[in-house]
Design a protein around this ligand. Structure first.
Ligand code: ADP
Ligand code: MG
Length: 141
């Protein structure tokens, strides 16, 4: 049974005009897009979304960056969606990302690394619910 993951095309990538190219990578990797929206997070939303990193030294930098401009949030579906999407995006630090991954091709730094991907099925469901209502996940109905 396919399951779901949550993705963000981060402000650096949207601002650099990579939204369409990253959308293509999502479709080429056979993810079904259940929902997608362009939005700009408030600082409070970014702080809530990344609450798990609250104690990390980069929390302020990360939440300021994530609320600095437009991003695209997406709910994706595929067999083993969480690990499949993390493979498609590559390592957190683009310098360590494998050839052909999104972060290798579009990220500029460890902080501004083009895309987000959930790390577990449980977090994927929480993250999808943070930005989407069930009725917005139109392909799932
Ligand atoms: P991932 O996004 O690969 O799951 P993490 O959950 O560890 O990575 O971190 C969340 C995000 O925080 C990263 O994608 C990146 O934007 C930022 N980040 C992580 N580590 C650092 C760091 N040392 N300095 C600055 N930003 C960081
Ligand atoms: Mg993470």
């Amino acid at each position: 049974m396919p399951n779901r993951t949550f993705a963000i095309i981060k402000p650096d990538a949207v601002n650099s005009g990579y939204t369409g190219k990253i959308y293509d990578r999502i479709l080429q990797a056979d993810f079904k897009i259940l929902s997608a929206k362009l939005m700009r997070m408030t600082l409070a939303q970014a702080e809530g979304f990344y609450l798990v990193h609250k104690e990390r030294p980069f929390y302020g930098e990360l939440t300021t960056f994530m609320s600095s401009g437009a991003c695209m949030v997406l709910a994706l579906e595929k067999e083993n969606a969480v690990s499949a999407w993390r493979e498609t995006i590559g390592a957190t630090n683009p310098e360590d990302a494998a050839e052909g991954t999104i972060r290798k091709d579009f990220a500029t730094s460890l902080g501004e690394n083009a895309v987000h991907g959930s790390d577990t099925d449980e977090n994927a469901e929480k993250e999808i619910a943070f930005f989407f209502t069930e009725s917005e996940l139109i392909c799932n109905q």
